[in-house]
Design a protein around this ligand. Structure first.
Ligand code: ZN
Length: 242
């Protein structure tokens, strides 16, 4: 079974369509949350994702914020401005779909969460200590996460005390050994200074992870964001990949 693994689409339909084209053949789609937030196409992205084959999808922190499950004062002024726009823009159908998403899923050998298995919606795994603690919070061989927008892998080999971190280069094909926490990076707002959309193809039989990057038409997304008067910083960061 060939799995398309996407995360942090963030209302960027152009990036999403480009990824779906670039991925070629896949059987099912696993989505690690944050379908909305920042980008200009929240309803379009929800509609596109929910129609994908064999979809398994978990809730992200921006999805939760769009449902007003989180106090908006937890966000900085720009993020808040963007969220207020999003809440006004989101259709009843989109809201109902986001509201149906679980925080955590187990599919075969893999646990799916947005942030971390310990705190599925909110925790960022950004260092070896946090990763190490999180290996206790899931029991499958693998855990796929998003949230940091960085294509990074954490592995904890037998007998090891501390999990180790490795950046996953575009074009690398990893044979995942138990146990691994891995992040495909972000489709709609990469933050590793590489503005190309980031995603992965996971082969559930051979347990291989194929890390991909693809260029998309960033200018057209920025244009739509300007039309909606979304924050300039969010417009600028797309082309810098931060
Ligand atoms: Zn995100």
């Amino acid at each position: 079974m060939k799995v398309l693994v996407v995360s942090d689409i963030h209302g960027n339909l152009t990036a999403l369509e480009t990824v779906l084209q670039d991925a070629g053949q896949f059987d099912v789609v696993w989505c690690l949350g944050d379908l909305v937030g920042y980008g200009p196409d929240p309803n379009e992205c929800v509609e596109r994702v929910r129609a994908l084959p064999g979809l398994q999808c978990v809730l992200g922190n921006h999805d939760a914020a769009a449902l007003k499950q989180i106090n908006l004062s937890a966000f900085n002024p720009e993020a808040r401005k963007s969220l207020v726009w999003l809440i006004g823009r989101l259709s009843a159908e989109s809201r109902a779909f986001l509201d149906s998403l679980p925080e955590r899923l187990e599919v075969g050998e893999v646990t799916l969460v947005h942030g971390s298995p310990r705190r599925p919606v909110w925790e960022y795994i950004l260092d070896n200590l946090t990763a190490t603690a999180n290996f206790k919070a899931f029991s499958t061989p693998y855990c796929f996460v998003g949230h940091t927008h960085l294509p990074v892998e954490y592995h904890l080999n037998k007998g090891q005390r501390l999990a180790m971190t490795a950046y996953v280069e575009a074009g690398s094909v990893l044979e995942l050994q138990p146990r691994v926490i891995i992040n495909p990076g972000s489709v709609g707002q990469p933050r590793d200074r590489d503005p190309r959309a980031s995603y992965a193809l996971f082969n559930a039989e051979t347990r291989t992870w194929d890390q991909r990057r693809v260029e998309y038409d960033i200018a057209s997304v920025q244009e739509r964001m300007r039309t909606y008067n979304l924050p300039q910083r969010h417009i600028d960061r797309l082309e810098g990949g931060w």
